[in-house]
Design a protein around this ligand. Structure first.
Ligand code: FBP
Length: 336
């Protein structure tokens, strides 16, 4: 069988009854937008896109020029297609309904237009993360509250990593599949069907510089990893931390591992650093569809009921048996 393009893969999914034409076309529009972002990212300093934009987002973070540009590319690409009712983004305070000039669709799109902002100016992999929900029936002018649906209601999710190669990783609920951008053809080509995360691992990813701020269950869990084979885990663990969630998660999808961003004492009122709606939920769907697991240390992330568009959550995801150990240590400790 020759190369399977993303377009062909999605048509096969539609013929099999897993997705409808609208969702297929919506995913193709998101993929096309990611190709434009890949082009902008790859130009780097030559494109004048590095550095700060001089503006901030609702998270209180300084926006990078590429954060703003990627956000605009995704909004423009999706507003006229007729598949969406509204978009929401890490870079926008509130959701953005589709302008009345264009036909509206039945889906809601959430995205982190450029994940890994701290790595943009130092030429390390960054990415785009997206999540697709159904627009509630009868809602013609979606508001933020209409996006507040548990992750287990997502109909599609994925990310694009802009690294040595540009790869799109996608799930529509029938496994997780990876596509590599063929720059000559200008199209994404299927390169890994049905990715599977090994259930066990010897690799963990966490920002160790926060260790002094961790609560007891995290101190115990990471302490045992660092003890290696002389400790209760009986095996040595290696550590990796790219500080771009897309890159760390892609490594885990490819060879296993556990990715953790816990709640800590640095800001105990915050449940974590990462955002539930457009970071944790889409990544959890992708990981679970590849045989992995994802919790907030206590519950399955995909079962959490969101309360706000930009709410944060603690994240433990990756190799199933390793996430199980970290989660068990938190449940045993009881308090949150
Ligand atoms: P944004 O860049 O989209 O704000 O994402 C947050 C993030 O950069 C993740 O990609 C990454 O996993 C984490 O923050 C890195 O955190 P830290 O800077 O504490 O290492």
């Amino acid at each position: 069988m020759g190369q399977v393009s993303l377009a062909r893969f999605l048509i096969e999914q539609q013929r099999a009854g897993h997705i409808n034409a609208d969702l297929r076309l919506l995913i193709e529009v998101v993929a096309r937008a990611c190709k434009s972002i890949a082009h902008a990212v790859s130009k780097g300093a030559l494109g004048g896109v590095l550095g700060d934009a001089g503006t901030g987002n609702i998270q209180g973070e300084a926006q990078k020029k590429l954060d703003v540009l990627s956000n605009e590319i995704l909004l423009e690409a999706n507003e006229w297609g007729g598949h969406l009712a509204a978009c929401a983004s890490e870079e926008m305070d509130h959701c953005q309904p589709i302008p009345n000039a264009y036909p509206k669709g039945n889906y809601l799109l959430l995205f982190d237009p450029l994940d890994g902002s701290s790595n943009i100016d130092v030429n390390i992999s960054v990415g785009t993360i997206f999540s697709v929900l159904r627009c509630p029936d009868g809602v013609t002018e979606p508001q933020d509250e209409h996006f507040l649906q548990p992750g287990n209601t997502q109909v599609a999710a994925g990310y694009t990593v802009y690294g040595p190669s540009t790869m799109l990783v996608l799930t529509v609920g029938t496994g997780t599949h990876a596509f590599t951008l063929d720059r000559e053809q200008g199209s994404f080509v299927l390169t890994q069907r049905d990715m599977r995360i090994p259930e066990d691992t010897k690799e963990f990813a966490i920002n160790m510089s926060n260790q002094r701020h961790w609560f007891e269950p995290m101190q115990r869990y990471v302490g045992e990893l660092l003890e290696g084979k002389t400790g209760p885990r009986g095996k040595d663990f290696n550590m990796r931390w790219v500080a771009s969630m897309v890159a760390d998660v892609h490594r885990i999808l490819t060879r296993g591992g556990i990715f953790i961003y816990p709640r800590d004492r640095k800001d105990p009122d915050k449940p974590g650093k990462l955002r539930l709606m457009y970071e944790a939920n889409p990544m959890s769907f992708v990981v679970e569809q590849a045989g992995g697991a994802a919790t907030n240390g206590y519950e399955r992330i995909l079962d959490l009921q969101p309360g706000q568009l930009h709410e944060r959550v603690a994240v433990f995801l990756g190799s199933k048996n390793e996430v199980e150990v970290a989660t068990r240590y938190h449940r045993e400790a009881g308090d949150r």
